[in-house]
Design a protein around this ligand. Structure first.
Ligand SMILES: [Cu+2]
Length: 122
């Protein structure tokens, strides 16, 4: 085997060992929707990810326009595939712009973060 072919074989083996199923958990769908303008204040946040996530170690925060955190319920996983997180909003949200910020750990142990706004209109 020539040296060049040996090198190609090694590179191929490294690619084969990289788990192709490891796509990081990205936000697929959200309720409230990303950028939504709502007439009625939401009472929960539902986040659907592209991969299963570990609810126990995932964080979701809701910030008002002043950057103050709104108290939320516990993060719970809702689907058998663990791709859906639901978080209750116990208090009534007044009119304004809010930001949902998430830091989640997918079942493969990788962390992804993101944020999106929604608006409550009176
Ligand atoms: Cu990953």
């Amino acid at each position: 085997m020539s040296r060049r072919i040996a090198l190609l074989v090694i590179v191929g083996a490294v690619f084969a060992l990289t788990p192709t199923a490891c796509a990081h958990a990205m936000l697929d769908r959200a309720d409230p929707r990303v950028g939504a303008i709502l007439q009625v204040a939401p009472t929960s946040i539902r986040l659907e990810f592209s991969e299963g996530v570990e609810a126990a170690v995932s964080r979701v925060t809701l910030l008002n326009a002043q950057g103050k955190a709104i108290p939320l319920g516990r993060v719970t996983a809702r689907s058998p595939s663990k791709q859906v997180l639901v978080i209750a909003i116990p208090g009534a949200l007044g009119p304004g712009v809010y930001h949902v910020r998430w830091r989640i750990v997918s079942v493969d142990g990788h962390v992804t973060v993101g944020e999106f706004p929604f608006t409550v209109r009176p």
